[in-house]
Design a protein around this ligand. Sequence first.
Ligand code: AMP
Length: 546
Amino acid sequence: MRGLMQEWPLLCHTIIDHAARNHPDRRIATRSVEGPIVSTTYGAVRQRALKVAQRLAGMSIRAGDRVGTLAWNTARHMEVWYGITGVGAIYHTVNPRLFHDQITYIINHAEDRLLFLDLNFVEQVEKLAETLKTVEAFIVLTDRENMPDTSLKNAICYEDWVTGADGDFAWVEVDENAGCGICYTSGTTGHPKGVVYSHRSNVLHALSVNMADFFGCSVKDVVMPVVPMFHANGWSLAFSAPMAGSEMVMPGRNLDGESLCSLINEFGVTMSAGVPTVWLGLQHYLQETGKKMPSLRRLVIGGSAVPFSSIRFFEEEQDAHVLHAWGMTEMSPIGTFGSLKPEYAALPREERYAVQTKQGHSLYTVEMKITDDDGNRLPWDGKTFGRLKCKGPAVAKAYFKGEGGEVLDAEGFFDTGDVATIDENGYMNITDRAKDVIKSGGEWISSIELENLAVGHPDVAEAAVIGLHHPKWDERPLLVIVAKDGKSPAKEDILGFMTDKVAKWWLPDDIVFVDEIPPTATGKIQKTELRKQFADYTLPTVDGPR
Ligand code: AMP
């Protein structure tokens, strides 16, 4: 017998409809790319999204067509997303920090018919325009007053374009399993691959990640998504926050400590989310100025492992609860959160922080397992490392146009490429990327754990660990360090600091100091570059015993 409940398709526009119906005047403040802070509401965003959809339909953009966006977090960018999905088309977020030929590759691969771009990307796109084969028009996200002279063919001023429509338009109803968004993986090897979200996966993921132990967005929150909408589906916040009716603050292009602190304090931000490097910048600013952010209650940190020292700082100095999140573009993107289960809540502080450094337990919509290289399941004992694999309604089953071939195992799980342990309480702990783990004498050493430990040293700003070839052990760790301004710690001092905190055989065989560690376009450590840089480096232990 079938259930007798209504079939109400899970479509993205239902989220902005809900927000506009129930929270029409809730504010969305944006630090605009032009400079001033501007405010709008869910009611107005929905109205303008309808106009975007109407205009797109007028340009013959149809269900399934791809439309690119190259833009910071602003209310305009959000209304463009809803307008694109509302006409049944697919938003393709382009990361401006990719190399030019990667931007060209992904726009051509996605066959974007239009490109919405922020004012400050006009020059960059002018240089590429000739290579973009499918883009018919460029819509600059600004008003007439700020519209630049540009060589872009068919350049359109967004405000003229959108305000010229009357908004008398009905959303295009598509199947809930239809594609609605594409985000390309950062592609450290080979070309980036496209992950295609469906309406259903976005809605289910936004619901699931909004539960109290995860984002927990509520109508009482003021949510500031710092993670850009062009990173991993913007961590879903453009869906989760309106779904909850939270007030929003969009930081635009200025993600430095001072700009973020001033927005948090001006608008009483209660929850924010971003990558560790951004929060390290904020942390340094707060330490230098002694400023406080009394409204901030929850700080979500993810995309890379959270240093223990950041957890301690935000918890103790700012009274903000740190929630460590793990996920990936292929997972819409959140998989787990290191929120504290009651069994840990009463632990002494330092032990609690140690639990928070784990990537945590999974959302309802994510099933996890760890396996050995032959696919056999490994125990959840908190010690055994294995390949982390996931399954769920918001986890990719293939890449766009079949790139990369079959990506699921026989049980339908996606291999995340991460290596992890899972403990008895379901807390997953990433020990490495499968390709970064250091294989020493048949055992694995976690580069991430060593990096976290090293940045806990008071004179260390950034740290990266790579495995270098070793004739006896196969690989041994080299620790690469950027010292804090004005500091020059000695190798012995750093090694001394790390000793006793990890197994002796995990300690790096050598330490080198550099001025800069190259970041990837998504702010992670570019280990491929470091490996090239130190390809000929000989570890001092090569000729002697460890
Ligand atoms: P991306 O698709 O660019 O978001 O990259 C996803 C990858 O980032 C994951 O597979 C992990 O290797 C890494 N990652 C994301 N979150 C974390 C985290 N909290 N701790 C450690 N690594 C992370």
